[in-house]
Ligand binder design. Structure first.
Ligand code: AMP
Length: 436
C-alpha cells in the first residue's frame, strides 16, 4: 500500500482565536471562553476604556462519488507540493480603513497584520453601506471581512443592530468568538441564537437588545414566533455560507426571517458556490450588490491528495489504524457517512489507544463543541465527523483529512479536503477506495 511521499511539517496553530478575558465590570459570565459545556447565550464586550434537528439535505444524491476510475482520479493530486503560491499584495492596510481606532487596536492585538484578499476587497464597500456578495470559502478570512466593518457601523450609528445567519451552530459560535475578540472594550453586546441548547437564556439575552445576533435559521424563527426576537429594528443582515443553508433545507426559514426585516436594509451575502437557487436568492433580496470572488481554484494547491486502495477482503479499519503508527498523523480529521458509523469509528479507534472524538448530528450541541475543542487543542489525535457536522469549521493545522467513506458528491469532497492545508500549511488528503 503506497500512500504518497509527502512529509508533514509539524507546525503550530495558525493563530486563529486569541483568548479574551472577561471585563471586570461585566458580571454576566463566569466562563470567558464559550467552550466546553458552559456556553453563554450572550455576552457584553465591555465599555469604552438537541438532538439532530437538521432537516434532511435536499437535492442531494445519497449515492457516492468515487465509483469509477475517472472519479477516483479526482482524489489524486500529487504534483503539487513544489508550487509556490504567488504572494498577495493587499491594496489596503488595516490602519488605512476609516474605522474606529479602538477596533484597529483589537485587530492588531489579534495579530492580524494585513488584510486577506477578501477583506482587502470587501471592507471598503461594506463601509460605504453597499450590499455585497462575497464568493469565498471558510479559511479565506471572510468572517473578519464582514465583522470589522459591521462593528465599525455599530460604533458609528447608535442603535444599529445586526443579524448574522449561519448554517450550523458551530459556525455561529465560532463567529461570535471572533466578534468577541474584535469587540473587546467597545461596549456593546452580542449573542448566539442556536438550536440544541436551552432557549430560555437566549430569550433573556434578547431583552438586553444585543447589537449582534448570530444564529441558525431554525432557532431564529423559533425566537421570532415566541415574540422574543423582533427584527423590525435590524438594519443589517449577513447570510454566511448561504449555499450550505440552502443545502440544509433552510430556504423557507431564511425567506421568512428576511421578510420580517426592514425593507431598506444593508445585506451581505456569502457563499462558496453559486447555483440557480443562490442567484434567485440574491436577485430577490439584494439591491445592485457588489460581487467579489476570491475563489480561485477547485482544491487548494497545497493539499497533496491521494487514494488508498483497500484490497477486497481487507478490513479498512485495520488499514486506518495502521496509518496512525506514522507520527506525522497527529491531527487527523476523518469523514464517515453515517452518524452511527462515525460514532462507532471514534470508539473503535479509542479502543486501540488512538484517541478520537466524534461530531455528528446525534450529539448534543455542547458535546460537539467539547469534541471540537479537544481536537483543536490536541487532546485527541483524531476527529471523526459527518459532512454536515464538519461544515464551515475552522480547525487550524489539520495534518490529514481521511475520507474513510466516500463523499456523496465531488463538492462534498472539496469541502472535506479543504479542512487541511489551510493558510500557508501543507496538508494531505487520503481517500479510501475499496477494491471491486
Ligand atoms: P474564516 O475564513 O473567516 O473562517 O477565517 C479563517 C482563519 O483566518 C481564522 O482563524 C481567522 O482568525 C484567520 N484570519 C482571518 N483574517 C486574518 C488576517 N487578516 N490575518 C491573520 N489571520 C486571519
Amino acid at each position: 500500500m503506497q500512500i504518497g511521499r509527502w512529509n508533514h511539517q509539524s507546525t503550530g496553530s495558525s493563530g486563529s482565536h486569541s483568548k479574551y478575558s472577561k471585563n471586570p465590570r461585566s458580571g454576566s459570565f463566569h466562563n470567558t471562553r464559550p467552550t466546553g459545556n458552559r456556553f453563554p447565550a450572550s455576552r457584553s464586550y465591555g465599555r469604552p476604556p438537541s438532538q439532530n434537528k437538521f432537516p434532511p439535505r435536499r437535492g442531494k444524491s445519497f449515492g457516492s462519488f468515487g465509483n469509477t476510475e475517472a472519479e477516483i482520479s479526482k482524489f489524486m493530486n500529487r504534483a503539487v507540493v513544489t508550487t509556490e503560491e504567488p504572494v498577495f499584495v493587499p491594496e489596503h492596510t488595516f490602519s488605512d480603513f476609516d474605522i474606529n481606532e479602538h477596533l484597529k487596536k483589537n485587530i492588531l492585538a489579534r495579530k492580524y497584520e494585513s488584510p486577506t484578499p477578501i477583506q482587502d476587497k470587501i471592507i471598503p464597500h461594506v463601509l460605504l453601506g453597499q450590499d455585497v456578495v462575497g464568493l469565498a470559502e471558510t479559511g479565506t478570512g471572510k468572517t473578519a471581512a464582514f465583522l470589522i466593518p459591521l462593528i465599525d457601523k455599530v460604533m458609528k450609528q447608535k442603535g444599529e443592530r445586526i443579524l448574522i445567519m449561519a448554517p450550523t451552530r458551530e459556525l455561529a459560535v465560532q463567529t461570535e468568538k471572533e466578534l468577541a475578540g474584535f469587540a473587546r472594550g467597545l461596549g456593546f453586546r452580542g449573542m448566539v441564537a442556536v438550536g440544541g441548547t436551552n432557549i430560555g437564556p437566549q430569550i433573556s439575552a434578547l431583552r438586553h437588545t444585543p447589537a449582534f445576533v448570530i444564529g441558525t435559521p431554525g432557532r431564529l424563527k423559533d425566537l421570532m414566533e415566541r415574540k422574543a426576537l423582533d427584527l423590525s429594528g435590524f438594519g443589517t443582515v449577513v447570510l454566511d455560507e448561504a449555499d450550505r443553508m440552502l443545502d440544509m433545507g433552510f430556504i423557507d426559514d431564511m425567506r421568512f426571517i428576511l421578510g420580517k426585516m426592514q425593507k431598506e436594509r444593508h445585506m451581505l451575502f456569502f457563499s462558496a458556490t453559486i447555483s440557480k437557487d443562490i442567484e434567485r436568492l440574491i436577485g430577490d433580496f439584494l439591491s445592485s450588490p457588489v460581487v467579489i470572488s476570491v475563489k480561485t481554484r477547485d482544491t487548494a494547491r497545497n493539499i497533496d491528495q491521494d487514494v488508498i486502495r483497500i484490497p477486497r477482503g481487507k478490513d479498512k479499519f485495520e488499514v486506518l489504524a495502521e496509518l496512525f503508527k506514522d507520527r506525522n498523523f497527529d491531527k487527523v480529521l476523518i469523514f464517515g457517512r453515517t452518524k452511527y458509523g462515525v460514532e462507532k469509528l471514534a470508539k473503535d479507534l479509542s479502543r486501540r489507544h488512538i484517541h478520537a472524538e466524534s461530531i455528528h448530528g446525534n450529539k448534543t450541541f455542547n458535546a460537539r463543541i467539547r469534541a471540537l475543542e479537544a481536537f483543536k487543542t490536541g487532546k485527541v489525535t483524531a476527529l471523526v465527523a459527518t459532512d454536515v457536522a464538519a461544515r464551515g469549521l475552522d480547525i487550524p493545522a489539520v495534518s490529514h483529512v481521511i475520507n474513510y467513506d466516500l463523499p456523496s458528491t465531488y463538492e462534498d469532497y472539496i469541502h472535506r479536503v479543504g479542512r487541511t492545508g489551510r493558510a500557508d500549511l501543507k496538508g494531505k488528503a487520503l481517500t479510501f477506495v475499496q477494491g471491486r
